[in-house]
Write a protein that binds this ligand. Structure first.
Ligand code: 13P
Length: 250
């Protein structure tokens, strides 16, 4: 039985006061819904503050990206080993904004996935197609290629200690959520693709949906067999909306 996981990706948003307010406001909804796993991914600068605030809570901490190296002459980067010191459990890899704005290739994403796991953390592998690819009917081919690169690098068993987030690029920050039926179709295809290589891994891996998820749309998505939670952007910055998404998963 897969646990529902609701994860907030704050992207480049936040301030010290906002971090304190938001995390404090999320503690009660997270405690009230123990069946739902909750995580927040603030910007790196706020990880220390968030870690302190999250002591004695059941909210996990995540980071939004990682370098592939543990340390060295890599100006501006942050390593999975450093995240461990801040109590980070999850690390997003391959978010579409990293792929598009920072030119991250499938090979780079696969290397990041491996580096995160080697540090004992859980990678959240973000995959998804662009609007053009969606309209051309290429969704499955795109997500399978993105998954294949990781499997070729780390092996299928590595997915047993990972989370997958299907985020259609056309639904991110656009207000256009994929319908539950569209999302379910892709999630089922992802699971079937994995099952060709290992049925147990396929059955166990959490596959989150991301893209304009709101309190009002979450329950319909979570009702689908293969949707195991959400990776939330904009709505994760509003305590009420994020709390509603958490409650929808219970
Ligand atoms: P929005 O929820 O703002 O569409 O962002 C989704 C996302 O990119 C989460 O990683």
């Amino acid at each position: 039985m897969r646990q529902t996981l609701v994860m907030g990706n704050w992207k480049l948003n936040g301030s010290k006061s906002m971090v304190a307010e938001l995390i404090n406001a999320l503690k009660a909804p997270a405690t009230d819904t123990p069946s739902v796993a909750v995580a927040v991914c603030p910007p790196v600068l706020f990880l220390g503050q968030a870690q302190a605030l999250l002591t004695d809570s059941n909210i996990a901490l995540g980071a939004q990206d990682a370098d592939i190296h543990a340390q060295g002459a890599f100006t501006g980067e942050h390593s999975p080993a450093m995240y461990s010191e801040f109590g980070v459990h999850y690390v997003l890899v391959g978010h579409s904004e990293r792929r598009t704005l920072h030119g991250e290739s499938d090979a780079m994403v696969a290397a990041k996935f491996a580096a995160v796991q080697q540090a004992g953390l859980v990678p959240v592998l973000c995959i998804g197609e662009t609007l053009e690819q969606f309209e051309e009917g290429e969704t499955r081919a795109v997500v399978e290629r993105q998954l294949h690169e990781v499997i070729a690098h780390s092996g299928i068993d590595a997915l047993a200690n990972a989370v997958i987030a299907y985020e259609p690029v056309w639904a991110i920050g656009t207000g256009k959520t994929a319908t539950p039926e569209i999302a379910q179709g892709v999630h089922a295809a992802i699971r079937a693709f994995l099952a060709e290589q290992n049925a147990d891994v396929a059955a166990g891996v959490q596959i989150l949906y991301g893209g304009s998820v709101k309190g009002a749309s979450a329950a319909g998505l979570f009702a689908m067999d293969d949707i195991d939670g959400a990776l939330v952007g904009g709505a994760a910055l509003q305590a009420d909306e994020f709390a509603a998404i958490i409650r929808a998963g219970a």
